[in-house]
Design a protein around this ligand. Structure first.
Ligand code: K7E
Ligand code: CUA
Length: 629
């Protein structure tokens, strides 16, 4: 781009930069008379500046980010999309929560998707992970767990809406969740964290803690049904998959099966469970399983001694489980131990054929600092581990840690960076895939304390952006966030293909359109009221700034379903439907159909209006429901 083509503000910025640059060189020249700047020095400075510019966190107004960040919303129950590196919040995707802007949890479509848990309005989402093909994000789905209500949901990335939700039977509190990376995401894997009796019907073994179990859950990513579960010894916390399509690994912090804190942390060692996928699939096929709680889900026995699993002892109450993007290692993060345990995935075949002992699969146990929780990776052999208690991120070299473990005198630690404060998860750009690019690291800090203006006793979290493109980690941005992103992942924008308009045949509202057909209504042309006993179905279109229907009449106590179809073909023109005084609100995207059902329990004139700003005459986009007593 030539100077003339640059917008004014960019030219100004560039001039500023040039002034700084020349100011610096002038100073350098003055202080170093004997060694004037050589051409080579100029070249290397220019190169360093170019490198820095290439990884700048500054995104000017009107410019787009290079990455999509998917953030879990913790106990707000949602998923958020951020632009990286700007850290601008682009969208919120309601999942386990109820959302008055979009009507998620209120509309008939969202209730259908929530299914057996449609009556629940809360959730605790921790781990968002995107579906993959050959170890790379494929832009199709994001999966997320709900620890609070034992659910797993799927988000469609073309429309960025939740399209499936499943309550997982036989377990309590789905925590760690990941996807199969290779050859593709056939399965979503997740851990049941809390131990419960296998038949948890209240009739037996309430007090018999020895009969409590945790299960590893393998869910079919397309059908979103449980394919099978694996019973283990101890509980299960976090999990990850390999890059061969063969092994999954989970951490266990309660191998003691303690029911209180003191008992849970009694042992010096807990373990990592490794699951052998081909053997599990064969066992399901051969019928070597049991069922519980009156459902048909195959539950395999993967307790100690089973050939489906191996238990690798690690110190102490491990938390995060992270696979290195070169596919070589599982890293278990020590939590109560200052170490992480590096498991060599190439040794797992020998472990499963009993040629080596479990601890022989561990090739390094570097000491990093206090409270290691999660590890992220770049593409240069470095790992970045959050230290909760130290409020730091430790950068270390994986191969050097292995050499040190073998007795070589090498320092595997490269840098410790202060973060603010108490980091939980961290994540690098594309770092859980083969495309790890070593550009950005996010530190999700649980406490912000003095980093922002005080806003009362409840404070935001602090999601910090760190530039890892150079030799040293550099903190470049503080991002206050509402409770509580546990985890995130960073996807290059080239992987994403979001739609601008809804397809008219979208499955999200196919059932609603089928209902209209049964009523003899074409939602794209008709504005009609269908009476069916005390059920009333109101079909209306919308084009900015009017609804296709200015008024409709019902009787007090009728069950009213309002179906609105947005005929606008213009990108970004979303309409809403809000029935005043009825707790009814929803979003209708361009070309979408949405519906909501409520009881007309107030007599008289009840206005409805469009609550998504769509036009200069948006205020006038309203109509009356006339309720006869
Ligand atoms: Cu908060 Cu991944 Cu649920 Cu660690 S987990 S911090
Ligand atoms: Cu339609 Cu506002």
């Amino acid at each position: 781009m030539s100077k003339e083509e640059l917008p004014v503000n960019e030219t100004q910025v560039e001039n500023e930069e040039r002034r700084k640059f020349f100011g610096k060189t002038a100073l350098l020249g003055a202080g170093a008379v004997a060694a004037p700047m050589t051409a080579a020095m100029f070249a290397s400075m220019a190169k360093a500046q170019a490198a820095e510019a290439a990884n700048s966190p500054v995104i000017h107004p009107g410019e787009l980010d290079e990455y999509y960040g998917f953030w879990s919303g913790g106990h707000s129950g949602e998923v958020r999309i951020l632009g990286i590196p700007s850290m601008r919040e682009l969208m919120r995707i309601p999942v386990f929560n109820t959302d008055s802007a979009t009507g998620w949890g209120l509309t008939d479509e969202s209730k259908r998707i929530k299914g057996d848990s449609a009556h629940l309005h809360a959730g605790d989402s921790h781990h968002p992970h995107m579906s993959m093909t050959d170890g790379r994000y494929n832009g199709k789905y994001v999966f997320i767990n709900d620890k609070a209500n034992t659910r797993v949901a799927r988000i469609r990335c073309d429309v960025m809406k939740t399209d499936k939700m499943l309550t997982v039977p036989n377990v309590q509190a789905i925590h760690g969740l990941r996807v199969q990376k290779v050859p593709y995401t056939k399965y979503v894997i997740c851990n049941g964290e809390f131990e419960i009796p296998m038949n948890n019907d209240g009739k037996s073994s309430l007090e018999d803690v020895g009969s409590y179990r945790s299960l590893f859950n393998v869910i079919d990513a397309e059908s979103m049904e449980v394919a099978f579960q694996v019973m283990v010894d101890g509980n299960l916390d976090n999990t990850d998959a390999d890059y061969d399509g063969k092994y999954f690994a989970s951490t266990c912090y309660n191998s003691e099966m303690g029911m209180n804190l003191a008992d849970m942390i009694a042992s010096e060692r807990d373990h990592v469970v490794v699951f052998n996928l081909p053997r599990c699939e064969a066992a399901v096929k051969a019928g070597n399983y049991k069922t519980y709680n009156g459902n048909k889900i195959p539950v395999l026995d993967g307790r100690k001694g089973s050939d489906l699993t191996r238990y690798i002892p690690v110190p102490k109450s491990p938390h995060g489980m992270n696979t290195s993007p070169n596919g070589k290692y599982f890293v278990a993060n020590g939590k109560l131990s200052p170490t992480v345990s590096v498991i060599d995935i190439s040794k797992l075949d020998d472990l499963f054929s009993d040629k080596i002992k479990p601890r022989d699969a561990i090739v390094a146990e570097p000491e990093l600092g206090l409270g290691p929780l999660h590890t992220a990776f770049d593409n240069k052999g470095y790992a970045y581990t959050t230290l909760f208690l130290d409020s730091q991120i430790a950068k270390w070299n994986v191969e050097d840690a292995i050499a040190a473990h073998n007795g070589k005198k090498v320092n595997y630690l490269r840098q410790k960076l202060d973060v603010h404060y108490q980091p939980g998860h961290n994540h690098t750009s594309a770092g859980e895939t083969r495309d790890a690019d070593g550009k950005w690291l996010i530190s999700l800090c649980k406490f912000s304390k003095d980093r922002f203006l005080p806003v009362g006793p409840l404070r935001p979290e602090n999601d910090q952006l760190i530039d890892i493109s150079g030799d040293e980690m550099k903190l470049v941005h503080d991002g206050p966030t509402y409770a509580e992103p546990h985890d995130c992942m960073i996807v290059h924008r080239s992987k994403m293909k979001p739609l601008k308009l809804w397809p008219r045949n979208d499955p999200m509202f196919a059932e609603t359109i089928a209902m209209a057909k049964r009523d003899g209504v074409d939602v794209y042309t008709d504005n009609k009221v269908i009476r069916d006993g005390n059920k009333v179905r109101v079909y209306m279109t919308s084009i900015a700034p009017t609804y296709g229907m200015n008024e409709f009449k019902v009787k007090l106590g009728d069950e009213v379903t309002v179906v609105v179809t947005n005929l606008d073909q213009v990108e970004d023109v979303t309409h809403g439907f809000c029935m005043t005084n009825h707790g009814v609100q929803m979003e209708i995207g361009p070309q979408a159909t949405a519906s909501v059902t409520f009881t007309a329990d107030k007599p008289g004139v009840q206005w409805y209006y469009c609550n998504w700003f769509c036009h200069a005459l948006h205020m006038e986009m309203r109509g009356r429901m006339l309720v006869e007593a």
